[in-house]
Design a protein around this ligand. Structure first.
Ligand code: HEM
Length: 410
């Protein structure tokens, strides 16, 4: 195969189950630009990190649309762009207000205070396996868990939780580069419609919370009175939609990739069963070894940038290959080995710089509890199919199903 087809092979579904040999090949050309209108693909750990901290790289949706990104429109119409798709100073203002709704300094941290509730949700989902001795971890556990959590965090009534799935799915699909390349008018329209419907639903809820605040994040977002002022109604809606989407498939994939990796490393699974305290290290190493966000594809250069002798011209699109950087031998010893005992796990799984993952404390806690409880309660768990079938998406990568057989429930 020629170098010219490498980028296509990475997004090709045929390579979804194991893209890591391709990433190794990719790192040999750390600044790859194969097609005239195509993105510059960056794959070494230190280059990715430095670009994530570089103010000449923009996340602004308008810059991305100007650089020819087909679906920027589907993601940005209806509601104003969320802070994920904004540059400073607007990004910083909205992120700070959202952050204050997470808890400190005036309240105990909202996430930490959910620990008991997270345990109860996980326990309920595992009990729900009932008499079955084979389950699909995605549909029966990993998928419902984060949606339930984010709904509780925001303050969405329980009876409305199922409606979210119908809205969230088409929106998540717009993050997939292959879908983007093939997007027709109907697809763009359905994504816009889902975003709008979700927005309208949330608008009703925000209005209720403004009149009658509860102890939830939506009430705090609607009522921020800090030095930054409050968010407008549209900004609250946009932020709530962002929290719903950003924390959904990512967490599903971390839990599923996590169980898959543990079942392939039974020694580590056994240790986790004996010592749930190991879950923090395991989750960090998973974020390096099998990161749910493999690629950050939505960045634009707003000035010429020199990198490894290549000039990346102003206006170019940049793809940051987080999963390739995470296995860069210039950064990590034995990078292809899953090793929760490694001393230094400063992965790129949550990004880095001003856009680094806002929900990281929640994602960590959810996954630690999920994996340690699955390890504790499933007797003799084993994979039914390896590799499992994968989702289409190359950016948010993870199995579509993960069948696990076991002997009994503890
Ligand atoms: C940003 C990963 C869970 C909310 C990011 C970014 C990554 C990431 C890589 C950086 C994107 C960029 O630089 O453009 C993950 C992973 C998760 C996860 C792997 C689960 C395992 C969550 C959860 C939430 C969340 C649960 C919400 C509660 C956000 C938000 C941003 C973000 C709001 C944008 C931050 C900004 O632009 O300042 N996440 N995320 N994420 N994440 Fe997460």
């Amino acid at each position: 195969m020629t170098q010219a087809s490498l980028f296509r092979r990475i997004t090709d579904f045929a390579n979804r189950a194991d893209p890591y040999p391709l990433y190794e090949e990719l790192r040999r050309t750390p600044v790859l630009h194969e097609e005239e209108d195509g993105p510059y693909v960056i794959s070494s750990y230190w280059d990715i990190r430095s670009l994530l901290h570089d103010p000449r790289i923009s996340s602004d949706a308008a810059n991305l649309a100007a650089a020819g990104d087909e679906l920027a429109e589907a993601q940005s119409t209806g509601l104003p762009p969320s802070f994920l798709r904004l540059d400073p100073p607007e990004h910083d203002r909205l992120r700070r207000i959202a952050n204050s709704a997470f808890g400190p300094p005036h309240k105990p941290h909202r996430i930490e205070s959910m620990r008991g509730e997270l345990h109860a949700i996980v326990g309920g989902l595992i009990d729900g396996f009932g008499e079955a001795r084979e389950i699909d971890l995605v549909d029966q556990f990993a998928y419902p868990f984060p949606v339930t959590v984010i709904c509780r965090l925001l303050g969405v009534p329980r009876e409305d939780e199922p409606r979210f799935r119908a809205w969230v799915d088409p929106l998540v699909a717009t993050l997939d580069p292959e879908t983007r390349a093939e997007a027709d008018e109907e697809f763009v329209k359905s994504a816009q419609e889902a975003r709008m419907q979700l927005g309208m639903y949330l608008a009703g809820l925000v209005e209720q919370r403004t009149k009658d605040p509860q102890d939830d994040m939506l009430s705090d977002l609607a009522d921020s009175r800090g030095p930054e002022g409050a968010m407008t109604m549209m900004e609250v809606m946009s932020t709530a939609v962002l929290l719903l989407i950003a924390g959904h498939e990512t967490t599903v994939n971390l839990i599923t990739n996590g169980m898959l990796t543990l079942l392939r490393h039974p020694d580590v699974l056994h240790r986790l069963r004996e010592d749930p305290g190991l879950s923090a290290r395991i989750v960090e190493e998973l974020l390096r070894y099998e990161p749910p966000v493999q690629i950050v594809p939505q960045r634009t250069c707003i000035a010429d940038i020199e990198m490894r002798g290549v000039t990346i011209p102003k206006g170019s699109r940049i793809w940051l290959m987080l999963a390739a950087g995470n296995r860069d031998p210039e950064r990590f010893k034995d990078p292809e080995k899953f090793d929760p005992d490694r001393e230094d796990i400063q992965h790129l799984g949550f990004g880095s710089g001003i856009h680094s993952c806002f929900g990281a404390p929640l994602a960590r806690l959810e996954t630690q509890i999920a994996l340690s409880e699955l390890a504790r309660r499933l007797e003799n768990p084993r994979l039914v199919e390896d590799p499992p079938p994968y989702r289409q998406n190359a950016v948010l990568r993870g199995p579509r199903h993960l069948s696990i057989a076991f002997d009994a429930l503890r």
